[in-house]
Structure formats: structure tokens, C-alpha cells
Design a protein around this ligand. Structure first.
Ligand code: BGC
Length: 867
């Protein structure tokens, strides 16, 4: 038996790790059960740790407990496994390297361009240059670099590393990530380290209204190149006031959301000198994967009814645009990027653009924008985001690819007098470098397309932060992340990604315990602060660490997240009770009601069911009290697991109280009479009804679904629960009919309408790349294919066939290895093949109820009963 997929803190051979005593994990192959393991670790060839043979099946989160490690230490480690027969396997190797762990490791100085930024002025990209004379005998070289802004580094003209839009997105006042690169092979002779610095999240436009200068006005750079020689010497090359600088390079304007203005004929002169800057925060390791450029698409060319030329990349993505074509000196090519064509077949950006003042704005404008009254703002308005690139070409070949902006798009409107050939253009998807974990296919190609659309919406929104959409807002909305977490984890390994984001959430939590509705901070947008504790959104503080714990079996993350979770729970408790006592005088458990503060309700049900968000008289006590129960129940379980008995008792009291208060409020007679699906799904999904009440609500839900012709009537919060509660009610027939329904509103109506990503609104207005309704895919993995992780090295596989689906197949690369379930309907009934990874067991339940416990390997089952 041998170890595979060796990981250090969820990362494959991390360079620049910030965790001093990292935990090691692996999967196994070539045997049934691991009976023992041995890890041996060395640093510079000398042994620093040897566990000896440890009699244990454990394969995740084995903490490094060797000699203390420090900055820059590189540890090579091997793991050897013994199988069920006690046979020793071969040692398999991996490594990790620590980054700069202490503030004093940084000898570099923070520098800026040589200018003082003024209000209402945008500046070109800065260029910095440091000569590098590395000489011979290099043992290793590392570039440690970060910026308040976005940096792009080159050595000898070659781009350093794969990371895009580095250093990534955090609340820069509190946390700044740096990256470490192995540049050993890039040095030779007389080189230069050249670094471009753009606005990015730091001072470019961000959020729904494209606010600028949210974190500061002056972009800054910090870079340290360390060259170690075979003879033990070290040369350290840093940014300081001798660093050459100019801002006369090709990128005249760069903004994450608005785009780029580039004159490819220019090259930076480096005529000036950098200025020393007031230091930024001490940079920390992200311990995460970086955003990278991945799939490329070449378009077809359309001519719209008005004669406009539009490139159709045929897939809605978030990323860069590029072209390489022969051009004349000074010829201009402008590309505007959008997600869709309007009903007349013309290019449009109207589905995601808002307006904002041309001038930098403050609180008053922000308020007017928030209440959707931009016309009351004094002064000129402009559209936001612009999503465009404007390139001035050279004589000969112009080669352009976006660097400092990222767009949500499928179409590009081309404005130029040049001849264009679509083969010269490309769209490049940019997203965090997450390992794919899940695959699903079945006999219904529309469902398969829904799966791919959801995966694309995930790719379009997992860029260092889980965002809502890559166009209008591009913000880390807590609710969206919470709703999608399990689906995301089915598609890709999001452990390191969410650990990073949970740090952002911790950064954002205020003393009262609440968190803002978007994390990291994105300006002073009151909207995000005021809706921070909206149920379903703020609860991300509890639900994501909880689900992370269950999925990845990571108790340390749970413990580290506990202050965040607990304080959020206390915030809820502090705000429990009626807004208006008299209105709830008859409710004996009124103190466990939840309704204070701003709530968003179910959010984005189909239009006919939706509450008017501007109607102040709408009460969200139903949604909010339900979530008080749900969140408190999770907290009580976590407190119990962590041995926090007092907290557990308090949370359990509120969980029970909220349940009683909810019953009194929502179904005093044990019934809910509504056709609004969300109102019926919620009590079932969040555990608010039992016994006969439950049966009545289930029945009413089925009625409501039938009355709505099996279309989807839920919004953000209940959509992920809709099919699971029908399944639990024994009505998978109804669940499948909803899933497979192609009449709008439904998942497949979007697919039939040509969607290539998941839409925000069922109606297809607004953003077309919002993953949250795609959370239905979780049901494909855990119910249709029937794969669930039920504990450490344990799975349940219980496929549920139904609808028109005659075969389905899924695999999931779990923390314990890849598990698969493939079934088909046969003449004889039903046939299932499961694959269970080494050193795990699976509990298989067949549609006829037969149960089998199986060990690692491939197992086939057949039954006569299909459903
Ligand atoms: C965002 C969401 C978010 C919601 C909450 C929207 O504008 O795009 O996905 O969760 O606001 O208010």
C-alpha cells in the first residue's frame, strides 16, 4: 500500500506556508486498510522528525511534531504505509516550505510611485525595476512579494509564477497576503526584477457602486528577492528608495471592474526613483491556492441586427480577454464585455450595470445609490462596471491579454476599423487554482449541462473570495457562500480556500459579534453593514465552519473558528425577542422570536411570490426565527463537541425556545396554508416541525408544488433544501419532476434557454452568473448518485433513481480518497457499481432497502426493484 495525494495543510507542496506546525494528509492505494504509517521528515538533508511506525489508520491532519521550524525552512517528508496484512509499502515523498514568519524577516521597504495621488484622478500602472546580478553557484532563490494594489513581477522579462491578480483580496487594513515564488531557475547573468503595480481592490473600483480608493489612495509595493548560494552566502535584493520607477508604460489605466486602457507601443522608461512609503501591514501567508488563468475559448463572430460585430465565446466566464493580430500603428481596438444579448439581439451590459457619480463619492451619494435613486445625486453619472478594454496598437503584431482587470462575460462587442478574424481572439477563465473533486453525469443531458453551468458559475466566482457574481458586485456575500458551500466542496477542494475566507470573516467580525454581509470589507457601503446579520447571510459565521468540520473532519478549524461562531451566536441571542412586544403578546415564547435588524427574507423567489424589498411593513420573523433555531442547534452541537458545556446549554435553550416561538408564530394549529414553497420548505429543512405537523407541511408542500406545475418557487435560502425535503418526505417522484421541469421558473428552463452559467433571478434578468441556485447540484451528488461522507474514512452510498434518469454516475474526491457511484436501470431492475477508496468503508443502501457494508475496492450490486 502506498500513499497518494500527499498534502500539507490541504496544499500540494506549498511554498511560503505560514503554518509552523502543519498537518499532513494523504490518500492510499494498493490495499484495503492502512494499519500503520510512518512519517520521516528532513531539513537540509538532516532528519527533523521520525514518527516511527504508528499503528493507526489515520490519514488526515497528522500534525508535524518534529524539531521546531522557522522562516524559510524546507521540509522534505515521506510517508510509508502498512496494509491489512502488515506489509510495508514504499515511501512516498512530498515537501513544504515555510515562508517569512516574522516581521523582521522583511528587509524590503515599502515603496510607491513618485507622485502624490489627488482626488478624482486615476493613474497609470507603476513600473519598478531593480537590477539583479546573481552570479554563479545559486542554490536557491525566492521572491517574496506583495502589494497594496496588484503586482505582476518579471525577471529577465519572464513572468514570475502563475498567480494572477496577486496578492489577492483581503481587508487590507487588517490582513495582507504575500506570495513566495521559486525563481531559482530564472536567474542567470545580469537580470532585472521588474514589477508592475496596478490599482486592484486596493484603490480601484469595487462593490456594487464601483467605489474607489476604499483602502487608500497610494498603491504600494514590497518585494524581497533572496538568493542563497552553495557556499552558504546569501544575497538579498529589496525594494527601497534606490528602486527605479516610472509610470509611462503601456497600461494607462487599469481597474478590476472597469477594464484597461493600453497603448502597446509604450515601454516604461524607469526614469524616476521610487519613494519610500508609510509601511503597510505585515504581510502574512495566505495558505491558500492562488488565482490562475485556465481554460481558453476562441469565439465565433456575430453581426447583430444593427450591424455591430460581436464575438461569442459560447461560455460565460470570469476572466481575461486577449487577441493577437496584425495591426497598423495607432489603430485602436475597443472591446466591451457582456454576458448576454438583449431581446433585439444587440450587445448589452444593462443586466449588470448600475450608475455612479463620475466624482468620488461619500455617504450621501452612497445612500442615494443604495435606495436606487442615483438621479438625486448632484453632478454627472457614469455606468459601472464598464468592463472594457481599449487598446492602441503598434505597426506589426499586437498581442494583448488583460492583466489587471477581470470581467464576467461571454460576448465582446468589437469596435475598431481593423479587419477582424475571430480566430485571433480568446477569452481566458481566471479563478482560484482549486483541485477538481466532483464529477456527475447522467442520462439527461440537460441535467449534465446544469452541472457544468454550476461548475462554471463556481469558477466565475471563486477568485480568492467566494463572490456573488463576477460583474455587478463581485463581493464576498456571506449568504451566497453559505448556501453553496457543500456544492462547492463537491465540485472542488475548497478547504484551503474557505479557511482563508473564514480568516477574512474573523477579521470582519465586530465587537457585538455581527459580521458584515460581504467579506472582505468592500468600502463603506452601508448596505453591507446594515444587512450583515440578515438570517441566512450572517449565519455563514456558524454554518460554514460547521460544514467544513463535517466535510473535512477538521477539528482544529472548528476550534479556531469557535470564537467567531460563539460571538455570532451571542449576537443573535442579544437581538432575540420581538421588535414590538404588543404584536407578539400572545406568544408565550416571544423572547425567542427573532426579527430585529435588517433581514432579506427568502430573497429572490420567482417574482410572483417575492416580497417587495422596499416594503417596510413586511416582517421577516418567520425566516429569522427559523434561522435562530437552526443556527443555535448547530452551535449547541459544536459547543458540545468542543466541551463548552455552558455555551451548549445556552445555545440549546435558544434552539428549543425559537422552535416553540416559531410554531406559535407560523403554525399555531400545526398547519401552514400557503402556496409559497419557501414557507413550507423552511420548517421542514430547518427542523422546526415534527410528527403530524411535519406530515401536514410535507403534504401541503407537495400540493403547492403541484399547483405550480412542478416549477421552482423558492429563492436563495430554500432552493438547496427543496429537493432534499421532498426526498425525506418520500416524494422523490416530485423532486425529480421539479429537477427535470423545463418550464420556467426552473433550473432546466435556464438550460433550455441557452444558459452556460447559473442565473441570479429565475427570470434571467440581472446577473447571469450567480452560483447560489446551482446548490441543487448537491442533491445530484448526495441523493441521485447517493454519495455522502459520514465520518472519518466512512461513506454512505445510497442512490435514489427516479424521473426520466436511466443511469447516473458520480465520483467525489473526498479527503479520504475518491469514491464513486454508478448506477443504471437494467432489464432486470437496477445495477450499481461503487468504488470505495483504500482505507475507508462504505455503507451501501440499495433502492430496495438492502444494506451492505463494504471495504475498499469495486463492488457491484443488482436488485430487481428499481424504485
Ligand atoms: C447579491 C447577492 C446577495 C444579495 C443580498 C445581491 O445584490 O448579488 O447575491 O446575496 O444582494 O442582498
Amino acid at each position: 500500500m502506498r500513499a497518494t495525494r500527499l498534502r500539507t495543510e490541504y496544499l500540494d507542496r506549498p511554498l511560503g506556508l505560514g503554518i509552523r506546525m502543519p498537518r499532513l494528509s494523504w490518500n492510499a492505494e494498493g490495499g484495503i486498510a492502512q494499519t500503520a504509517y510512518r512519517i520521516v521528515a528532513t531539513r537540509d538533508g538532516a532528519e527533523v522528525w521520525d514518527t516511527g511506525r504508528v499503528e493507526s489508520p489515520r490519514m488526515t491532519h497528522v500534525r508535524y511534531e518534529g524539531e521546531p521550524l522557522g522562516s524559510r525552512d524546507r521540509v522534505e517528508w515521506t510517508v510509508t504505509l502498512w496494509d491489512e496484512r502488515g506489509t510495508e509499502g514504499e515511501a512516498v515523498a512530498s515537501w513544504f516550505e515555510l515562508g517569512l514568519l516574522e516581521a523582521h524577516d522583511w528587509q524590503a521597504h515599502w515603496v510607491t510611485g513618485d507622485y502624490t495621488p489627488k482626488k478624482n484622478v486615476r493613474y497609470p500602472v507603476d513600473h519598478f525595476r531593480i537590477p539583479v546580478d546573481a552570479g554563479d553557484g545559486i542554490r536557491r532563490a525566492r521572491l517574496y512579494i506583495t502589494a497594496l494594489g496588484l503586482y505582476e513581477a518579471r525577471i529577465g522579462g519572464v513572468r514570475v509564477g502563475e498567480a494572477r491578480l496577486a496578492p489577492g483580496s483581503t481587508d487590507y487594513a487588517k490582513r495582507l497576503q504575500y506570495q513566495a515564488y521559486d525563481v531559482t531557475g530564472m536567474l542567470g547573468g545580469h537580470d532585472a526584477l521588474e514589477i508592475a503595480l496596478a490599482d486592484g481592490w486596493y484603490r480601484g473600483s469595487i462593490g456594487c457602486f464601483g467605489q474607489t480608493n476604499v483602502f487608500g489612495r497610494q498603491t504600494k509595493l514590497l518585494a524581497q528577492l533572496e538568493i542563497d548560494y552553495a557556499d552558504g552566502g546569501r544575497q538579498v535584493i529589496v525594494t527601497d528608495d534606490t528602486t527605479a520607477w516610472s509610470n509611462d508604460g503601456p497600461v494607462r489605466f487599469a481597474d478590476l471592474k472597469d477594464g484597461e486602457v493600453v497603448d502597446v507601443r509604450l515601454t516604461p522608461s524607469y526614469r524616476g526613483r521610487a519613494r519610500l512609503a508609510f509601511p503597510g501591514p505585515v504581510p502574512v501567508a495566505s495558505d491558500n491556492v492562488v488565482p490562475v488563468a485556465r481554460e481558453e475559448f476562441t469565439p465565433t463572430l456575430l453581426t447583430t441586427p444593427s450591424g455591430a460585430r460581436v464575438l461569442d465565446f459560447e461560455q460565460n466566464i470570469a476572466g481575461f480577454v486577449g487577441f493577437r493580430m496584425s495591426t497598423r500603428d495607432g489603430q485602436r481596438i475597443r472591446l466591451r464585455l457582456g454576458e448576454t444579448l438583449d431581446p433585439a439581439g444587440e450587445f448589452t451590459q444593462a443586466n449588470f450595470q448600475k450608475s455612479k457619480p463620475v466624482k468620488e463619492f461619500g455617504r450621501v451619494s452612497e445612500f442615494l445609490l443604495m435606495i436606487d435613486k442615483p438621479d438625486l445625486i448632484r453632478g454627472e453619472l457614469q455606468a459601472t462596471p464598464l468592463q472594457q478594454v481599449d487598446v492602441t496598437c503598434r505597426e506589426g503584431i499586437t498581442d494583448y491579454t488583460t492583466e489587471f482587470a477581470v470581467f464576467g462575460f461571454r460576448y465582446a462587442l468589437v469596435e475598431t476599423d481593423a479587419e477582424i478574424d475571430p480566430a485571433d481572439f480568446r477569452a481566458i477563465a481566471v479563478y482560484s487554482d482549486l483541485e477538481q473533486t466532483g464529477e456527475f453525469t447522467c442520462s439527461n443531458p440537460l441535467i449534465d449541462r446544469l452541472v457544468e453551468n454550476t461548475r462554471w458559475s463556481m469558477k466565475g466566482n471563486f477568485l480568492d473570495v467566494p463572490t456573488d457574481c463576477p460583474t455587478r458586485e463581485r463581493l464576498g456575500w456571506t449568504g451566497d457562500a453559505q448556501i453553496f458551500f457543500d456544492t462547492a466542496a463537491s465540485f472542488m477542494d475548497v478547504a484551503a480556500f474557505f479557511r482563508k475566507w473564514l480568516r477574512d470573516v474573523q477579521d470582519a467580525q465586530v465587537a457585538s459579534g455581527r459580521i458584515p454581509a460581504v467579506v472582505p470589507l468592500n468600502g463603506v457601503d452601508m448596505m453591507y453593514t446594515s444587512t450583515g446579520a440578515a438570517v441566512g447571510w450572517g449565519d455563514a459565521a456558524v454554518l460554514i465552519p460547521y460544514r467544513f468540520w463535517k466535510r473535512y473532519g477538521d477539528e482544529e478549524l472548528l476550534r479556531d473558528s469557535y470564537p467567531l461562531m460563539r460571538d455570532y451566536g451571542r449576537y443573535m441571542i442579544d437581538h432575540a425577542g420581538p421588535k414590538n412586544r404588543r404584536a407578539h403578546a400572545g406568544n408565550p415564547d416571544a423572547r425567542y422570536l427573532y426579527e430585529k435588524g435588517m433581514h432579506l427574507g427568502e430573497w429572490l423567489e420567482p417574482e410572483e411570490f417575492r416580497d417587495d424589498p422596499r416594503d417596510r411593513s413586511v416582517s421577516y420573523a418567520e425566516e429569522a426565527t427559523a434561522y435562530l433555531h437552526y443556527t443555535m442547534r448547530h452551535l449547541a452541537e459544536v459547543a458540545s463537541a468542543l466541551g463548552e458545556a455552558e455555551d451548549e446549554a445556552l445555545f440549546a435553550e435558544y434552539a428549543a425556545g425559537a422552535k416553540r416561538a416559531y410554531r406559535h408564530l407560523v403554525l399555531p394549529d400545526g398547519e401552514i396554508d400557503t402556496d409559497r414553497q419557501a414557507k413550507l420548505v423552511r420548517p421542514l429543512a430547518l427542523g422546526l416541525v415534527d410528527g403530524d405537523d411535519r406530515l401536514r407541511v410535507e403534504e401541503r408542500l407537495v400540493q403547492a408544488v403541484e399547483a405550480y406545475r412542478h416549477r421552482v418557487g423558492t429563492g436563495f435560502l430554500s432552493t438547496p433544501f427543496l429537493l432534499p425535503v421532498l426526498t425525506e418526505a418520500g416524494r422523490t417522484d416530485v423532486a425529480y419532476r421539479m429537477l427535470e421541469n423545463t418550464e420556467s421558473p426552473s433550473w432546466l428552463a435556464e438550460v433550455v434557454a441557452g444558459a452556460t452559467t447559473v442565473w441570479e433571478h429565475w427570470e434571467g434578468t440581472e446577473s447571469l452568473n450567480h452560483y447560489s441556485p446551482g446548490a441543487v447540484c448537491q442533491w445530484l451528488f448526495d441523493t441521485v448518485a447517493g454519495i455522502r461522507v459520514t465520518g472519518e474514512r466512512r461513506f454512505a452510498i445510497a442512490p435514489v433513481p427516479g424521473g426520466s434518469v436511466t443511469h447516473a454516475s458520480a465520483s467525489y474526491l473526498s479527503p479520504y480518497g475518491s469514491v464513486a457511484s454508478r448506477w443504471e436501470l437494467t432489464d432486470a431492475g437496477f445495477a450499481l457499481t461503487v468504488e470505495v477508496p483504500a482505507n475507508t468503508t462504505a455503507f451501501v443502501t440499495l433502492p430496495d432497502g438492502a444494506e451492505h457494508e463494504v471495504a475498499a475496492g469495486r463492488h457491484a450490486f443488482a436488485t430487481e426493484v428499481a424504485r
